[in-house]
Design a protein around this ligand. Structure first.
Ligand code: ZN
Length: 298
């Protein structure tokens, strides 16, 4: 059903888009391709998965309704029943735009959350991005699929006396319906939001107003209300940043759901619908999978 990602070149309308995957392994080729591409009227899109560290959850709480033995066939689970989750952000560079999606968790979260979820951030987000030749100042847009702390609080940092934008020149985007919900969420998930950070922004940009030729959004309501799943047209096939609709490969199984889903029945329905209509060749990015950050769907 799956194969590992490979480099793809393709023609799109009368322009050529080149999708360079992380597996291509060259760190600094994008600036060169961008300049070279303009010269040849090529359109260059660069997509990278940005590892933002790990958190820890109870395996039986995360992956339902599977037994610990069944989960252990695939993932490492410690004696206390904990497993690690990745936080895989996505960086998409196209033309002058450098878009970062769900940039993980902030370092300054309350001790309660830090302890409960055992965050591990070994390399700072700045350093990870530097590895891709990207400075925080050149990020033009930050996109939040939803406002749970593990997906978006990393867009902020603490400086003496204040909490500020980590990407000072970026516009921060979230779906208005989700933002409104996150201000008064269901009590079950009230402790998972980092909505208050967005109040520090001069302006929040609504995702539904963002018109990009090569990106659309699917909206789902099972994990939380009004979660956006970005769909990127790469020129050959689509790339889906699945966020918590399918956070790990094991959730491709249509019977599984996550203990952190607000409405598991709805998640199963939305997942079913999503998988039924998924075009073969689509690349799927798994935000929380520690073993496989993406697969191609066939
Ligand atoms: Zn999550």
């Amino acid at each position: 059903m799956f194969r590992t990602p490979i480099l793809k070149n393709s023609e799109c309308k009368n322009r050529i888009k080149i999708l360079i995957c992380k597996e291509f392994g060259t760190k600094n080729i994008f600036p060169f391709l961008r300049v070279f591409g303009r010269f040849l009227n090529l359109k260059v899109m660069d997509i990278r998965i940005v590892p933002c560290g790990f958190l820890k959850v109870q395996a039986l709480e995360m992956i339902k309704p599977l037994s610990l033995d069944r989960i252990r066939e695939k993932y490492m689970v410690d004696r206390e029943g904990n497993m690690k989750l990745a936080m895989n952000a996505l960086l998409v560079r196209e033309g002058e735009r450098n878009i970062l999606m769900d940039p993980g968790t902030a370092e300054f979260l309350p001790a309660r959350l830090k302890q409960e979820y055992g965050f591990e951030i070994q390399v700072s987000l700045e350093d990870v991005l530097k590895g891709y030749g990207v400075d925080p100042g050149v990020i033009t847009d930050v996109l939040f699929t939803h406002l749970h702390f593990d997906h978006g609080s990393g867009a902020f940092k603490r400086v003496p006396g204040a909490i500020v934008k980590r990407f000072p020149n970026a516009r921060y985007h979230v779906l208005k319906a989700h933002y409104d919900y996150a201000l008064r969420p269901d009590p079950v998930e009230a402790g998972s939001f980092s909505t208050s950070l967005l109040r520090r922004l001069d302006q929040i940009h609504w995702l539904e107003d963002w018109d990009l030729e090569w990106m659309t959004f699917r909206i789902v309501n099972g994990h939380t209300r009004g979660m956006a799943v970005p769909v990127i047209e790469t020129g050959k096939g689509r790339c889906y940043f699945l966020s918590d609709l399918v956070p790990m490969e094991i959730f491709m199984d249509r019977e599984t759901w996550c203990g952190y889903d607000l409405d598991p029945q709805l998640v199963l329905q939305e997942k079913q619908e999503f998988l039924q209509n998924l075009p073969p060749g689509s690349r799927l990015i798994f935000f929380h999978d520690t073993l496989k950050e993406s697969v191609f769907y066939e």
